[in-house]
Design a protein around this ligand. Structure first.
Ligand SMILES: [Zn+2]
Ligand SMILES: [Zn+2]
Length: 598
């Protein structure tokens, strides 16, 4: 389709509008559709409109937009709905003109606005050569938020920051960061009382090491420490004015300072919940929230316009009594080790309904602040690309979040496992805009990606979902939970189905990648069973690792494989039963799950 003239008044001053125009030109030219209905286009700024729309009048395609980013979103929606594109994976668009809607005069779509205001990813790895492809994919799927660790943000080039900014993506510099604000190497000598007390002594922070538990925490009630953090945050904002949101999140682990003052903020006998994997430690909500409230209030005076986020997780996953999320605050609520066989709203699911109860408490604590969901639509890191087919459930969850008044939906993700979880990420992006069951979006995606084999593809994903469900009523995403309770013959059937489905598709397409994933699943399951039948040991595990590393397809995150399988090999060396990651407290949960999940 050739659009001869594109009118856009704001183009000269806005890089986002310039991009919208060039993307329209390019996508139309490449799509292979020849409609006589459109010969020119115009972008119209409509300040009073809610969202964006597209219409055709006298052979002119007219996009109405409120904010500049809406103009870009309108182009991508037009490309998806009317030109047959499916932006299902980063750098992996599919073009299926046969699935495109017919262009008619009048309204094409809109006005469209999102169900969920903040939509995006949590990036737990450095920016790299793929970051531009990622930003591009996020914009095409109308995601607008990226939470990254501060150490990674600080290494971003100005050009890359602009690349994200032009695509309407806000970046929060944060995540676990006590040690960023108060690094051991800077403060250990001058301010030993900034650091947590343990067994009657101040801990000695170990620079550069991310140790678990108490070893790296702070004495959070110390007023001088709090002032220092506020000062450092204000400086950071001054040096990085484009960053609007900062986090204050404890280093990973459970421990808190045991000094007299800090000890008053928790009761060692009041433990966390089984569902939030913190029954073995005391609740730490009060001590954490007291600090966050104070820092947020000081920050609003010292550095106005700065938002502060906290995280709700493990033994501080519910708001403590009286705590309010005020105007410059947001919580990232993380249902860690949620059940992946049920959606969050499932009342009969102990784990998810417990999390939902906490979420509702957070929403009730909103006083001008915001609540974001910090999801794991990839199991968790050490679930290692085992199946989590959550397409319909994501639509259910997004609709529930919208109804409850949730402000943001973010998920952890990786690019190297897109074959395993990419459709979850894609569906999440769609679900943040869609108030129906998602059936139409899911159908459209399957038709575009799998063409004439769409219904076989649906059957294939149903088989994977059934495999998950065959593990028991509930499934917590770590390998043992799935592999111990499922049958090897099902993995073989799934692998056969993937091979059949892939036939005829070009290399690199999703259908062609699936058999590499299912072969991995089958091999992992076989190794797991052989290990339990004393037929596999170090040699076989090492051979499997070597096989995985040669797998040049988007199946696995290599570093996570090394982590988990390293733990497995360690068990063999020390003659210990392998359950998961060799953390004793975690292994205890897994032993209990062995009984309770069945
Ligand atoms: Zn203390
Ligand atoms: Zn469940």
């Amino acid at each position: 389709m050739f659009i001869s003239k594109i009118l856009c008044n704001g183009k000269r001053t806005s890089k986002t509008l310039t991009l919208a125009v060039s993307e329209l030109k390019k996508l139309a030219a490449d799509c292979g559709i020849n409609s006589k209905k459109i010969i020119s286009a115009e972008f119209r700024h409509c300040p009073e409109a809610e969202g964006y729309s597209a219409r055709v009048e006298s052979k002119k395609l007219i996009f109405g937009y409120m904010q500049e980013i809406d103009a870009l979103y309108a182009v991508y929606d037009f490309a998806s709905d009317y030109l047959g594109y499916c932006f299902w994976g980063p750098g992996k668009s599919v073009l299926a003109p046969a699935s495109a809607l017919k262009i008619e005069d009048g309204l094409l779509f809109g006005p469209r606005k999102p169900l969920i205001k903040r939509r995006g990813f949590i990036q737990e790895f450095p920016f790299n050569k793929d970051s531009r492809i990622l930003a591009d994919w996020m914009a095409k799927n109308k995601l607008n938020y990226l939470l990254v660790w501060m150490k990674y943000y600080d290494k971003m080039s100005p050009q890359l920051k602009q690349y994200f900014n032009v695509r309407g993506i806000e970046i929060e510099s944060g995540h676990h960061n006590f040690s960023y604000w108060i690094p051991g190497e800077k403060y250990a000598r001058s301010n030993p009382d900034f650091f947590a007390m343990k067994d009657g002594e101040r801990i000695k922070p170990s620079p550069g090491k991310s140790e678990l538990l108490l070893s790296e925490q702070l004495c959070t009630t110390n007023p001088e420490l709090r002032r220092e953090i506020v000062k450092r945050m204000a400086e950071y904002r001054k040096n990085n004015p484009e960053v609007k949101t900062l986090s204050l999140i404890p280093n990973d682990g459970f421990g808190w300072c045991e000094c007299e003052k800090c000890s008053k903020f928790y009761d060692k006998n009041k433990k966390g919940g089984f569902y939030s994997v913190s029954e073995h430690v005391y609740k730490a909500g009060r001590i954490y929230h007291d600090m966050v409230a104070d820092v947020a209030s000081q920050l609003s005076e010292k550095s106005s316009g700065t938002n502060l986020t906290l995280c709700a997780y493990v033994n501080y996953c519910a708001p403590s009594p009286g705590f309010k999320l005020k105007e410059n605050m947001a919580v990232h609520f993380a249902p860690y080790w949620r059940c992946i066989n049920h959606s969050v709203g499932e009342k009969s699911c102990y784990t998810n309904s417990s999390y939902l109860k906490d979420l509702k408490a957070w929403l009730a604590a909103k006083k001008g602040g915001e609540v974001n969901i910090y999801e794991y639509y990839m199991g968790v890191n050490l679930y290692l690309s085992l199946p989590m087919v959550h397409h319909e459930q994501i639509f259910e969850e997004a609709a529930l979040y919208h109804k409850l008044g949730v402000d943001g939906l973010l998920t952890q993700f990786h690019l190297p496992h897109w074959t395993a979880y990419g459709l979850n990420f894609y569906m999440m992006a769609k679900a943040c805009w869609n108030s129906d069951s998602g059936k139409q979006e899911i159908d459209a995606a399957f038709n575009k990606i799998f063409g004439a084999k769409a219904s076989d593809a649906k059957k294939f994903y149903r088989m994977l979902r059934k495999l998950q469900e065959s593990a028991g009523k509930c499934l917590i995403p770590y390998p043992r939970a799935l592999l111990l309770r499922t049958k090897a013959s099902d993995y073989r059937k799934i692998h056969d189905a993937a091979k059949k489905l892939a036939a005829g598709f070009p290399e690199g397409s999703l259908p062609a990648e699936l058999p590499f994933w299912t072969e991995y699943l089958l091999k992992f399951k076989t190794l797991f069973d052989d290990y339990h039948n004393a037929k596999a040991g170090e040699k076989e595990i090492e051979a499997f690792i070597r096989w995985c590393k040669k797998l040049k397809h988007s199946v696995l995150v290599e570093g996570k494989l090394d982590y988990l399988f390293g733990a497995w090999l360690e068990c063999l060396k020390s003659n210990k039963e392998w359950l998961h990651f060799n953390l004793d407290w975690e292994d205890d949960y897994i032993r209990r799950h062995d009984k309770s999940l069945n």
